[in-house]
Write a protein that binds this ligand. Structure first.
Ligand code: NDP
Length: 327
């Protein structure tokens, strides 16, 4: 038997809670992992609270991320004792996920735990941090560099945002953080933000073009915020869009793209090819300051997951939350 968060949906409604589950109920897979840490991402919050249609099969163990040690493997690349991590691939959505003491998975989804990280650090990064790295990679691949000007990060006090601020400042960028939490200004400056702007200035309908300001942008918010970020991008500016915290819509005009040559780059972490994942994790080892990672991380136990997911959805969780699945 093992402990897990389980989401159920039936005549009694949609609910999530801690359960004891028999190993025999684990799904198909060629690798069984003893999970040590998982984490809470925005998508896990949507799944656990039922606020978004993330879960496609019930009952479901949520958790799009996990770190742990291989217990048994029929996959040629993994053997018992190997330390591994997993991000995405529909785990926690269509296949039982990481908010559990045990997971059974496809070995092809796994990535070896980078030697520089403990399992807890890897989960402090998690999908949010790895997505922030994919965004930074995308900006650089499309020509953004520190000398080109300011880079803006929206949803800055959240998980993706905090990691993006820490990464970009470490890489020498002038980072402007957009946040709805003025009380987190010192936190954001500590991560390396040069300036903090109120998200209210971004969240309403704006003009098709605004004063050119951003050489690059990491947007986790979508909707009017993303439209306004694009409208204020500099000539040939690059915007990496990965989230929908304000909304899934994009009420924008084509003006920034056809008049200023702005590029809007979509970022997906879930199905991201393995080579790019390995590259992103390699860069996280080099480019993320471990002290800043500590500063953005809080820890909870499996028993606190449901309550913390509610707080995450209410925008009251700062940075990243790691989950010790054995407490
Ligand atoms: P968090 O909840 O940790 O952070 C989201 C942040 O967005 C909040 O902290 C808040 O920042 C801001 N925010 C929340 N609601 C609003 C709103 N109504 N208007 C404007 N800003 C708002 O989530 P994550 O960092 O884990 O994820 C952020 C987004 O990125 C989510 O939409 C998630 O689905 C997406 N994502 C996408 C991935 C991909 O592969 N494409 C991977 C990972 C995440 P503040 O308090 O500073 O204002």
């Amino acid at each position: 038997m093992f402990k897990a968060v389980l989401i159920e949906k039936d005549e009694a409604g949609y609910r999530a809670g801690l359960r004891e589950i028999d190993d025999a109920q684990l799904p198909e897979g060629d690798v069984t992992v003893d999970v040590t840490y998982s984490t809470l991402n925005y998508k896990d919050g949507l799944a656990i609270t039922g606020k978004g249609p993330v879960v496609r099969k019930f009952p479901m163990v949520p958790g799009i991320d996990l770190a742990g040690t291989v217990r048994e493997s029929r996959h040629p690349d993994y053997k018992a004792g190997d330390r591994v991590i997993l991000n995405g691939w529909g785990v926690g959505e269509t296949h039982w996920g990481g908010l559990a003491q045990v997971a059974r998975l496809k070995g092809d989804w796994l990535v070896p735990l980078p030697e520089a990280f403990t399992p807890r650090q890897a989960m402090a990064i998690g999908t949010a941090g790895y997505t922030a790295m994919l965004c930074v990679n995308a900006l650089e691949r499309h020509g953004v560099s520190p000398d080109k000007g300011e880079v803006v990060v929206t949803g800055a006090a959240g998980g993706v945002g905090s990691t993006a601020v820490a990464l970009l400042s470490r890489l020498g960028y002038t980072v402007v953080a957009v946040s709805g939490r003025p009380e987190e200004a010192d936190y954001l400056r500590g991560l390396g933000a040069a300036e903090i702007l109120d998200r209210a200035a971004f969240s309403q309908p704006g003009k098709p073009l605004a004063r050119e300001r951003w050489a690059g942008a990491v947007d986790v918010v979508g909707s009017h915020t993303l439209a306004n970020v694009c409208a204020a991008a500099k000539y040939r500016g690059v915007v990496a869009a990965c989230g929908l915290a304000q909304g899934m819509d994009l009420p924008a005009s084509v003006a920034p793209f056809i008049l200023r040559g702005v590029s809007l780059i979509g970022i997906d972490s879930v199905m991201c090819p393995r080579a790019e994942r390995l590259d992103a994790w390699g860069r996280l080892v080099r480019d993320l300051d471990p002290a800043k990672l500590d500063a953005i991380t809080d820890e909870i136990g499996l028993t606190d997951v449901v309550a913390t997911a509610e707080r995450l959805m209410a925008g009251r969780v700062r940075g990243r939350v790691v989950v010790d699945v054995n407490r």
